[in-house]
Design a protein around this ligand. Structure first.
Ligand SMILES: C[S@@+](CC[C@H](N)C(=O)[O-])C[C@H]1O[C@@H](n2cnc3c(N)ncnc32)[C@H](O)[C@@H]1O
Length: 285
């Protein structure tokens, strides 16, 4: 157990976890859990200098747990911190890029599951003082029926089913204001073609995490009139299906580009073991 409390802008701790010693750190020096995880290798217990003094007292893994408790919902026991850190790093760089290049539009995530990525995207943007709207698209019933094309991979129908109420409760616990995130519930082939649904006019950052070919086809069609030069497309599953270009997100994207010769996507950064981001270039509409 880690005993700590927030007092006057400081986080103070004491008790068993710190070997009976008390410690205190200005809250502003507690970076987000993502920053810690991407900057620190917890396995070999190396930490950035500004955190080393606390880690010295309470231990690196306890520090990570403390930070998680203060700034994030607790990490699942099984969470792989490398994957987690890589996603957060990607999000941070994308927000930074969109801001520094003045790319217009909102953040849209296609496939939100339990909401972890949406929460982190919101946190990162707020940390930088960036105000963009957040759009969260999901069936909340998991993956749809798999087409033949998507068979043989790691996915199955109903995979990632997670009720909308649980998604919203998690955002609430993470103190993400409900008004900041517009949830569009339903199957993409319906919701993304329905003009009566609320929709962003421009999207600067698209996190495409719907795993399958058919789902990605719907998403890319939806994005077509909404992306601009500099918009960032982050495909979370670009290299799944053993990077078979005839499957999944890669296939959908290749077809989409062939249909829209005015759109080019410039490879930007790979992230974790399967993700790839691109920056959009386009001429005309
Ligand atoms: C891998 S999970 C998303 C993970 C999430 N982005 C995260 O980082 O925690 C994939 C999600 O895509 C959703 N999904 C996939 N295809 C869909 C479709 N055609 N319509 C609606 N939701 C879909 C599933 O319901 C599932 O929640």
């Amino acid at each position: 157990m880690i005993d700590f409390c927030m007092r006057g802008g400081r986080v103070e701790g004491a008790g068993k976890a710190s070997g009976g010693r008390s410690w205190s750190l200005p809250a502003r020096r507690l970076p987000s859990i993502g920053e810690v995880l991407s900057r620190a290798s917890l396995r070999d217990r190396r930490l950035p200098e500004d955190l080393a003094e606390v880690a010295d007292i309470i231990g690196a893994s306890r520090l990570a747990a403390l930070l998680a408790t203060v700034v994030s919902p607790p990490l699942n026991r099984g969470t792989d911190i490398t994957l987690y850190g890589e996603r957060l790093r990607m999000l941070s760089l994308a927000f930074k890029y969109a801001e520094s290049e003045d790319v217009p539009g909102d953040y849209a995530e296609f496939g939100v599951w339990r909401g972890r990525n949406v929460i982190e995207a919101w946190r990162i943007s707020h940390k930088y003082g960036i105000r963009r709207r957040f759009w969260a698209y999901d069936s909340f019933e998991g993956l749809p029926e798999l087409s033949e094309r998507d068979e043989g991979g790691p996915f199955h129908t109903g995979h990632f089913a997670h009720g909308r109420n649980r998604f919203e409760a998690r955002l609430h616990r993470a103190r993400v204001p409900a008004a900041d995130v517009i949830v569009v519930e339903g199957w993409f082939d319906k919701t993304l073609t329905d003009p009566s649904r609320p929709a962003p006019t421009s999207i600067a950052l698209a996190w495409i995490d719907c795993d399958l070919y058919e789902s990605t086809v719907s998403v890319l069609r939806y994005l077509t009139p909404r992306i601009n030069p500099g918009s960032i497309l982050m495909f979370d599953d670009w290299y799944t299906f053993r990077a078979d270009p005839d499957k999944g997100e890669m296939r959908a994207c290749e077809e989409w580009l062939a249909e829209h010769p005015g759109i080019r996507i410039i490879p930007w950064r790979p992230f974790h073991f399967a993700g790839q981001s691109f920056i959009v270039q386009r001429t005309g509409r």
